[in-house]
Design a protein. Structure first.
Ligand SMILES: Cc1ncc(COP(=O)(O)O)c(C=O)c1O
Lengths: 162, 399
């Protein structure tokens, strides 16, 4: 039985932390959302520019969080670029973790938060015009982001940093 | 995933400054040299066996005990060798509680103790002991009147670290010990002095603690040697095994490491005051230079003479500390953080929370621990790297 705690980082995470792709906001983004809370120590913002046929022409991010958080947000924007919103919606947090070379349990919430922020942006983008493929109720990833925020707000009040 | 690939991607920075001496660190060459003979020339036997290499090993234990007793103004008979500060603290807390069961059920530990004190104490709740955590003020001080309120006739054991490992608070030890003993003369007082030894004066001829912990690698000695100093209190061994040369800890002592510990003590205590002054001035330079060049940051813990001479702990708002440690590592500056991310349990440092820091302040904290070997020029470099790293991470952040 191995009782060794896995390393929190992979080479891929370190590479993306050093040279993040798609970093920075899009000022006139078509879709935008943030997930996480400063009190939890991680916040991800996702910005999308959306073109004809609901194709993501540009995806960018900002992150307050550890190196894995930055890498997860970065790789996700890379993964969804050129995809339709529908395709982007179906990206799972597990795929993001795999793309980073596998995240250990303590870092999984980073990829969950990234996917949560993306889905929140897509849901917001459609608003009332929700297409059929977009589930009416929140997916578990979206719920997790929300629960984290609500719990922290309940326990500690709104973060002073906002 | 392999750590080899991780290191390859990280690369070896051209300039390196190691400031993670809280967690561990390198060992001066004299210390390494003092250890080497004990691997294969002398004293490589078992210190409890009746042959020459065993007696040579025993001599190392004897001489190191004498030296430690001298530096503490204590008694060499009270020195017990174990293999780490964690082991010494576990022995102190669990061993004394079990041995004195029946004399009381209450165990008081400060809210900012090292986990190697806190967790063994909490583990005793299963056996019916009651653990009370003494709060600290916003600079990490346990106040005598607060402690006085908590100590009662049921109090079996009190443990307050002499210097806090994260924020460098130097407790007013004599006042605390006297308060406890006034309220209950039978209460056992333990202090974890891992971060006090060779940095603040310890005089056991005037300080009535019953047990005290020291760890070799916290004073630039090798890992694998530590001490629980035990006066006239009953303590039960917590490990079982063949009798060694000491009744409190079975198994063979780590003689080469203890020889290295001895050398580390000699080096540290040679002109101690001058070394402490030097560290304190480097510390203050680093604190001033970081806090004056980086916006939105705050010093954690007290300053000046109430702060350990080697401790710098600063929180940077809108920056997550683990990312900061990685960013700095790639720049060759090695430090640690009180962020939740760096802990395996995803909770921010309990010390930060105990002094009233908000979660986001704890997440952005950086702990830098220096040594007498550091140079002013390195502090300038570190301060510059910290400023650039904080700026870079803030530029990534949406906050
Ligand atoms: C105050 C304090 N106590 C105990 C320990 C644990 O000592 P060790 O690393 O030797 O187990 C440390 C180590 O960082 C410490 O700082």
């Amino acid at each position: 039985m191995s009782t060794r705690v896995p390393l929190p980082y992979t080479p891929k995470v370190l590479e993306l932390f050093r040279n993040p792709r798609n970093l920075g906001r899009i000022d006139d983004a078509d879709a935008f959302a943030q997930a996480g809370s400063p009190a939890c120590g991680d916040v991800i913002s996702i910005y999308l520019r959306i073109g004809e046929g609901d194709v993501i022409e540009e995806a960018r991010f900002e992150s307050y969080g550890c190196a894995a958080n930055i890498a997860a947000a970065s790789i996700l924007t890379e993964m969804v670029k050129g995809k339709t919103l529908r395709e982007a919606w179906s990206v799972e947090w597990k795929e993001v973790a795999d793309e980073l070379g596998g995240l250990p349990p303590v870092k999984r919430h980073c990829s969950i938060l990234a996917v949560g922020a993306l889905r929140r942006a897509i849901r917001r983008y459609y608003g009332e015009r929700r297409p059929d493929w977009l589930p009416e109720s929140l997916t578990s990833v979206e719920k997790q982001a929300l629960e984290e925020e609500e719990m922290i707000e309940r326990l500690y009040g709104r973060g002073t940093l906002r | 995933m392999s750590v080899r690939d991780l290191l390859r991607v990280h690369g070896k920075p051209t300039r390196e400054v190691y400031l993670d001496n809280e967690n561990s660190g390198w060992v001066p060459k004299e210390v390494v040299e003092a250890m080497l003979p004990y691997f294969n020339s002398i004293g490589y036997g078992h210190p409890s066996i009746t042959n020459r290499p065993g007696w040579e090993a025993f001599e190392v234990l004897e001489e190191t005990s004498e030296l430690i007793a001298e530096t503490l103004r204590g008694d060499k008979e009270d020195v017990n060798f174990v293999h780490s500060g964690t082991e010494a603290n576990n022995l102190a807390i669990v061993g004394s509680a079990k041995a004195n069961r029946g004399k009381g059920r209450k165990i008081i530990v400060s809210d900012i103790e090292h986990y190697s004190v806190l967790l063994p104490a909490i583990s005793l709740e299963e056996l019916g002991f009651k653990v009370v955590r003494a709060p600290v003020d916003e600079r990490g001080f346990v106040l005598a009147d607060v402690l006085s309120e908590l100590v009662d006739r049921e109090t079996l054991l009190v443990s307050v670290g002499m210097v806090n490992h994260e924020i460098g608070t130097i407790q007013r030890m004599r006042e605390l010990v006297e308060t406890v003993k006034d309220r209950n003369p039978n209460a056992i007082f333990h202090t974890d002095a891992c971060d006090a030894y060779a940095r603040v004066p310890i005089d056991l001829s005037r300080l009535d603690v019953d047990m005290l912990t020291l760890s070799s690698h916290k004073i630039l000695g090798p890992k694998g040697a530590a001490v629980l100093y035990v006066r006239e209190v009953e303590v039960q061994p917590i490990l079982r095994g063949a009798l060694s040369s000491q009744t409190l800890w079975p198994g063979v002592e780590n003689v080469p490491a203890i020889a290295g510990f001895r050398k580390a003590i000699e080096l540290a205590f040679n002109d101690l005051e001058e070394k402490v002054e030097r560290m304190a001035s480097l510390r203050d330079f680093l604190i001033d230079s970081i806090t004056s060049s980086v916006s939105d940051c705050m010093l954690n813990g007290p300053s000046g003479r109430e702060r350990a001479p080697d401790n710098v702990n600063i929180s940077f708002l809108r920056v997550e500390g683990e990312a900061l440690t990685v960013e700095l590592s790639m720049r060759g500056v090695y430090v640690s953080s009180g962020s939740a991310c760096t802990s395996r349990i995803l909770e921010p440092s309990h010390v930060m929370l105990a002094i009233g820091r908000k979660h986001e302040e704890a997440h952005g904290s950086l702990l830098l621990k220096l040594t007498r070997y550091h140079e002013l020029e390195e502090m300038r470099y570190v301060s510059e790297q910290v400023r650039e790293s904080v700026e870079r991470l803030r530029s990534i952040s949406p906050l």
